[in-house]
Structures are given as C-alpha cells and as structure tokens.
Design a binder for this molecule. Structure first.
Ligand SMILES: Cc1cc2nc3c(=O)[nH]c(=O)nc-3n(C[C@H](O)[C@H](O)[C@H](O)COP(=O)(O)OP(=O)(O)OC[C@H]3O[C@@H](n4cnc5c(N)ncnc54)[C@H](O)[C@@H]3O)c2cc1C
Length: 465
C-alpha cells in the first residue's frame, strides 16, 4: 500500500484530522484540489466558537461542546488569537423566550456549561448599546471568536512538519475498493491505501454508499456582511437575535476589530435586503464601512461523522453544518479513535507539537520591531501601509511550512491587501515578491487557482529591444 491513511480534502476538517493523526506512526497523505489548504473559510465565516447549546443533545451539540472546551489549548499551541468574549442570545417574542428557557434547562446543570437567563436590566448592563429593547436573553460565557483560517493553518503546518504528505492541486476523481483497502484515483495519480477519510462533498465515487448530506428542507442560506474596523456598534460579545419565525441575526466582533453580520433565510438575499434586515441589530451601516457580502448554504444535519463503513476502512465527514470550525478538534479526536481501533500504530516519539514562530509587525512594540529588523532587514520595509505589513512577513508566509503559493494565500497568512485601500497600493508588489521567492515569471502568478492568472499575457513580445 502507498499509504496507511489518505485524507481527501484540505479544508479545516481534513487539516484537523491530518494534525491529530500525525501524532502517530502512520504514513499519511492529504489530497486537496486547490493550491492552498482551507481556501474558502476565511472569506465566508462568522468565526464563532459555539458552545453546543440546544434543547436536546445530539452528535452535533456534543461535538461543539467538546470542540469548544479543547479550543483554548489549541489556540495557545498554534498562536492563534482566540477571544472567549461570551454571547447574548436575545428573544424577540414570547415563543422564543420559552425556547431559550428550554435550552437553559437542558444545559444549566451540566459541567462545563456556563449559561444564565438574564432580564432587560442585565442585558443593558452587559451591552448598553442594546438600549433595553429586549425583555430576556440567554447569556453564555463559553462562546468565543477565532480566525478559522489561522486555525486551519495551525493544523496544516504542524501536520506538514510531522510528515503528512500534502498533495495540493490534485483532484480526486474516484475511490475504488481493492483487496484490504482502496485505490484513490486523482487527475494526476492512482494511490492505494488502507483507510480513506473523505471530507470532500463528492458523492459520486464508485464506493461511497453513504447517505447524501441533507435534504432541501434542512438547508438555509447564511447571508453575510463584513464590516471594516471603522464600524463600531459597541457590542463586546457575539449577539444573536432570534424570533418565532426562525429568523436569526448575528453580530460578531472578530479578533481584528471588524464586525460580521449574518442573517439566515430561506433565500439568497440581495445586498440591500441584507443591510435592511441586519440593521435591527447592526444599525447605521454606511457604504464606506462595508468590506464585502457573501452568501452560502448551511445544512443543519445531525450526522457529522458517518463511520458506518469504518470496518472497511472508510469514514465520511459532512462539513455543511454551521458550527464545523468549533467541532474540528472533537471531530479529529473521534476519527483518530476510529482509526486506532482498526490500525495498529504507536504515538510518534519525535512528534513536534508546535508551529514555527511568526511575527506580526503591527502588533509589536518599537523595541521588538528594531530587534527583528536587526535580524532581518526585510521587516524594515513596509509593503502594505494601511495594515503595516512588512516584506519580511510576506517572505515568511511563502517560505514557512506549507507556505503560500497564491496571492490569496499570502493575504490570508499576513493580512496584506485587507486594509482600507484593499490592495490598490501594494498588490503589484506582493505579486512581484511571490514571483521572486518562487522563482516564477510574473505571468505565472495566480490569485487563487489555476484559472486566476494575475497577468493574462504580455501586450507585445519583442525579439529585441
Ligand atoms: C457562511 C458560513 C459561516 C460559518 N460560520 C461558522 C462559525 O461561525 N463557526 C463555526 O464553528 N463554523 C462555521 N461555519 C462552518 C465551517 O466554516 C465550514 O463548515 C467548514 O469550514 C467546512 O470545512 P470542511 O473541511 O468540512 O469543508 P471545506 O472547507 O469545503 O473543505 C473541503 C475541501 O475539499 C476540497 N475538495 C473538494 N472536492 C475535492 C476533490 N474532488 N479532490 C480533492 N479535494 C477536493 C475542497 O477544495 C476543500 O478544500 C460556517 C460556514 C458557513 C458556510
């Protein structure tokens, strides 16, 4: 067999499983069709670490709760900012008040759940900007915010350092059953392995008999508006506003002082309707505060880990639930236990559970800046003046384990081009640095994927000047 374990898909879930399994003496590869891991999540996400609060417990709530509890240690280990800011869940009507009471009753006596029903005065005390508009709410201390993209990079980089083979730009075409294992066919190779962990949405592989992710009745749209750091609604916590019709509005403060607004609906809403609807909770949105709009489908299916074929060595993870970021540490541990149940392997003695250090110039003191510039003068050259990102950080993003190979990859790792000018000042320089560091022609640099070249072609080719 080429590998003990093949992980299909390099999203957050695939990377978290790669990280967890890289602690063992296993020969592992991860296959991802894109140029980078966790490509989508940084742009479409509310970044909430949920607590697993529901009226009844199911797999999804248990995975959320466990994931929530494991998050501090992981964030610390990977040097990923994680703010346990807490959350207020507001009831807009009597029916929702009753629902919040049931959630409270289900969770109040459980260890590790910090929930409390609060009244109008208590709401105003915690969040004065809510201006006493709500009679009751559920307050939960455990909810927090984390950058899912940085979390994915943490998982991926540590797995890579511990010898997980990342096969990027390689698309899985089929999975076939063979004696004592599988053959995974990609657009470039055919690999054999004992175990397949499939985190891709593909449902048409020869041997995937698992049920479709969910039916249409379980789907809903998440309409997201992202507001820059110049907008401030004054909320310190994640605020949910719920009503009996199932409407849900969320205001979420990110770790970068931005605000993410979300409205769930049965339709993909036009931008002006998103603004109109979230304004109930996120008022005074002006055009110059808006970074972007996104819409994505959720699927609140209960089954996240389908291990019905684990005896044959096949596990499928369904990644459409709105709290998968939160669940990743728990999903990874559960899959690990599944694998350890069927493969004989031992923990790696030389496992390195640490991410290579990196520097954020705009968060350093002047003394620290001088010190780092003394060691590497590229940290003395500002490329993105809006966010104060240096050439040193961009070069490190490219050279580090599982480094960036696309402009979006550099943006995600450093924050460059995310400032007020959205890259109009620094974009060209970032392209030049990536070309120089990867020894490529500028014509071959891509924004995000194979079909996203920055420069299509030269206007004229000259034989001589
Ligand atoms: C709008 C929105 C907001 C969210 N907010 C939150 C939140 O606040 N908190 C929270 O906990 N969770 C949140 N989530 C959930 C979470 O972000 C996602 O569900 C999660 O990132 C999914 O990760 P994944 O690895 O399962 O899937 P993906 O990220 O989709 O990864 C699958 C990977 O497989 C690759 N792939 C696909 N097909 C192939 C193939 N044939 N061959 C090789 N590779 C392939 C893809 O390129 C992709 O990289 C949110 C989700 C959405 C949509």
């Amino acid at each position: 067999m080429d590998y003990d374990v093949l992980i299909l898909g390099g999203g957050l879930v695939g990377c978290s499983i790669a990280y967890e399994l890289s602690k063992y003496n296993l020969n592992i590869a991860l296959i991802e069709k894109d140029y980078d891991i966790a490509d989508d999540i940084s742009i479409i996400n509310t970044e909430i670490v949920y607590a697993g609060l529901e009226i009844k417990d199911n797999e999804a709530t248990l995975l959320q709760h466990k994931g929530n509890q494991l998050m501090d240690e992981l964030a610390n280990k990977f040097n990923v900012p994680f703010k346990r800011c807490g959350s207020i869940i507001l009831a807009e009507d009597k029916e929702t008040e009753d629902k919040l009471k049931s959630i409270y009753e289900n969770n109040k006596d459980k260890e590790g759940y910090n929930v409390k029903l609060i009244n109008r005065d208590e709401i105003s005390k915690l969040e004065p900007e809510l201006r006493g508009l709500y009679n009751s709410a559920l307050y939960c201390e455990d909810i927090g915010v984390i950058s899912p993209c940085e979390l994915a990079l943490g998982y991926g980089e540590v797995a890579f350092q511990n010898n997980v083979n990342f096969k990027l730009e390689e698309e899985v075409i089929d999975i076939e059953n063979i004696a004592k294992g599988f053959r995974v066919v990609t657009n470039k190779n055919r690999f054999t392995c004992k175990i397949v962990i499939n985190t891709t949405p593909g449902e048409n592989y020869s041997m995937d008999f698992s049920q479709p992710c969910c039916d249409n009745t379980e789907k809903e749209y998440a309409n997201i508006i992202s507001l820059n750091k110049y907008y401030n609604n004054g909320y310190k916590r994640v605020i949910f506003s719920l009503n009996k019709d199932g409407d849900k509005i969320i205001s979420c403060p990110t770790n970068k002082d931005e605000t993410i607004g979300l409205i769930c609906s049965n339709d993909n809403l036009k931008n002006h309707l998103v603004i109109e609807k979230v304004s109930k909770l996120i008022p005074d949105i002006k055009a110059n505060y808006i970074n972007s709009f996104f819409t994505s489908e959720f699927c609140k299916n209960d089954i996240i880990i389908d291990d019905s074929q684990i005896k044959d060595g096949y596990v499928k993870i369904r990644g459409k639930h709105p709290a998968i970021v939160t669940m990743t540490p728990a999903i990874a541990e559960k899959v690990r236990d599944n694998i350890l149940g069927i493969l004989k392997c031992k923990p790696k003695k030389e496992f390195l559970d640490k991410r290579r250090e990196y520097y954020k110039f705009n968060e350093m003191s002047n003394e620290e800046r001088n010190e780092i510039i003394r060691l590497n003068n590229r940290y003395g050259k500002i490329v993105c003046s809006c966010e104060r990102i240096t050439e040193g950080e961009i070069v490190d993003a490219i050279r580090r384990p599982l480094g960036a190979r696309t402009i979006e990859g550099i943006k995600r790792r450093t924050g460059v081009c995310f400032g007020r000018c959205q890259g109009s000042q620094c974009f060209n320089e970032v392209v030049s640095i990536l070309a120089r560091e990867t020894n490529k022609s500028i014509n071959d640099i891509v924004k995000d994927s194979k079909n996203s070249k920055i420069i299509l072609k030269r206007i004229k080719e000259f034989d001589e000047m």
